[in-house]
Ligand binder design. Structure first.
Ligand SMILES: Cc1ncc(COP(=O)(O)O)c(C=O)c1O
Length: 475
């Protein structure tokens, strides 16, 4: 009988596949020998594999180019990166290397742009999309950026923003309008709170935007909460949006761009692969068809892919500290960290990531639950979508067991409050950036050490203990 972990996986999926492989029976990811990295840096460990970011940008651009050719699409395509998916400087630098421009969502994001332009890392002629709800601080920062000559396109979320921007921008300035999509059928609200409802867009243009001279309406933005999916709901919303674009275009000659937002998914399971190329082809084809039906030139396209750009460059690695057998059926493998604070989406929205053990694949497997170290009973990870349960190599006290969660590069650090106060004061893992030299050699550098007691106590307002004293205590 086949009872080894490797047998289980080979019977369940096509494996090894995509970014996963083996190096002497231990798992590799994007060609990285994970065991070597663990031996060098220990766990819990957060890694980012930087070359993946540029690869994703190239891939998406290639898919749009193919789709444009196939459908005889006359517009242009520009790739924007939605900074909120992961604002860390090393991510932004990777996207800038590809000539990608940025989409901001808050006042402090604008400070990042100013810093990048001052240091020369971002060209001053880059287009900056300013999305999101705009409070006074954000409006002020957008005004400062626009008045310094930067090509800012604020995207109006609600009608008041137009007047607020008028107060701070000397003009002229391009603007966009965000369309509020209808929410997915299962959602508890009908219409997204983000943007301006379909019915209100044309009257808003006729009564307000069209009557003033400072702002030129350049783009319409559309983004749905559930992301891009091959579903009746997505196609329906896209169709409604492109129809509004066409109606508006007939009134507003400066409108020439459709921003299809973010939401391009990444894989979170091994048995299903989202066909990005097909999806982009379909989106481009449908936009073209609707514009043809309306006798309107097809728009230039912008996207603001966040997760797609950065999600699958991240992995989070833990060790199993111990196994607690609570009863005959429940074996809890306790990890050396917390799901709630390091993978908050797994707790808050029940999101699943690709999860695989890193070593001991030749050992027998067993069904387990994974428990985090906080005192919260919700700090656990259960039911992989592919197998309806979690299986791991059988726990043994006499050898370490490591496991990795993959494609964790988007949102987890910011939602988890990187470097802040953590639930039960479980520290943030050590953070390592991995890159490749042009000849393929791997390099790694520590971005931050595991969060220290001194850092947390300082945030809590306790007197800072001298580091040597703390280190003595930690020994
Ligand atoms: C306006 C806007 N654009 C882009 C994105 C990025 O979405 P994703 O990370 O799913 O690509 C978001 C995410 O919430 C968003 O609100």
């Amino acid at each position: 009988m086949k009872t080894r972990y490797i047998d289980l996986i080979e019977q369940t999926f096509d494996f090894p596949q995509r970014e996963f492989g083996f190096d002497k029976d231990t798992l590799t990811w994007n060609g990285l020998p994970l065991m070597d990295i663990i031996k060098k840096h220990g766990t819990p460990l957060r890694i980012m594999y930087l070359p993946k970011i540029g690869e994703k940008v190239d891939l998406a651009r290639g898919y749009f180019a193919t789709a444009f050719k196939e459908h005889g699409y006359q517009g242009t395509y520009d790739y924007f990166y939605c900074t909120k998916s992961n604002q860390f400087s090393y991510v932004i630098r990777e996207v800038l290397k590809k000539g990608v421009s940025l989409e901001t969502s808050s006042a402090y994001d604008v400070d990042i742009i100013e810093q990048l332009m001052a240091s020369g890392e971002m060209p001053r002629n880059a287009i900056i999309l300013c999305n999101g709800y705009k409070d006074e601080r954000y409006i002020r920062n957008i005004g400062r950026l626009a008045n310094s000559g930067v090509n800012v396109v604020p995207i109006i979320d609600n009608m008041n923003e137009l007047w607020a921007l008028d107060g701070v921008i000397e003009g002229p300035c391009d603007i966009g309008i965000r369309i509020a999509a209808e929410e997915a059928p299962k959602f508890e609200f009908y219409t997204s709170r983000l943007g301006i409802g379909y019915k209100d867009i044309i009257p808003f243009y006729i009564r307000n935007v069209g009557k003033q001279r400072k702002f030129r309406l350049k783009l319409m933005h559309f983004f749905i909460n559930t992301g891009i999916s091959d579903s009746a709901y997505y196609w329906n919303e896209l169709t409604k949006c492109v129809n509004v674009y066409c109606d508006l275009k007939k009134l507003c000659p400066t409108l020439d761009t459709l921003d299809i937002g973010g939401g391009l998914p990444i894989d979170n399971r091994l048995d299903r692969h989202f066909d990005v190329e097909y999806m982009i082809g379909e989106i481009v084809g449908r936009i073209k068809d609707i514009c043809d039906e309306n006798d309107v030139d097809e728009p230039n396209l912008y996207s603001e892919f966040g997760s797609y750009t950065v999600g699958d460059s991240g992995a989070t690695i833990f060790s199993i500290l111990n196994q607690k057998k609570q009863n005959e059926k429940e074996r809890w493998n306790m990890i050396d960290g917390s799901f709630m604070t390091t993978l908050p989406d797994s707790w808050a929205i029940n999101r699943r990531f690709i999860m695989l053990p890193i070593n001991n694949w030749q050992d027998e497997y067993e069904r387990v639950f994974l428990g985090g170290m906080t005192c919260d009973s919700d700090d656990y990870y259960n039911s992989e979508q592919h197998v309806n349960a979690i299986y791991m190599p059988r726990y043994r006290e006499d050898r370490p067991q490591y496991l990795g969660f993959f494609n964790t590069g988007a949102y987890q650090d910011t939602l988890g409050g990187y470097g802040g106060i953590q639930h039960c004061l479980i520290p943030k893992p050590k953070y390592v950036l991995i890159d490749r030299l042009p000849d393929g050699t791997l390099t790694d550098r520590v971005f931050s050490e595991i969060q220290s007691s001194g850092q947390m106590l300082g945030l809590l307002g306790y007197t800072k203990m001298e580091e040597p004293a703390l280190q003595n205590r930690e020994r």
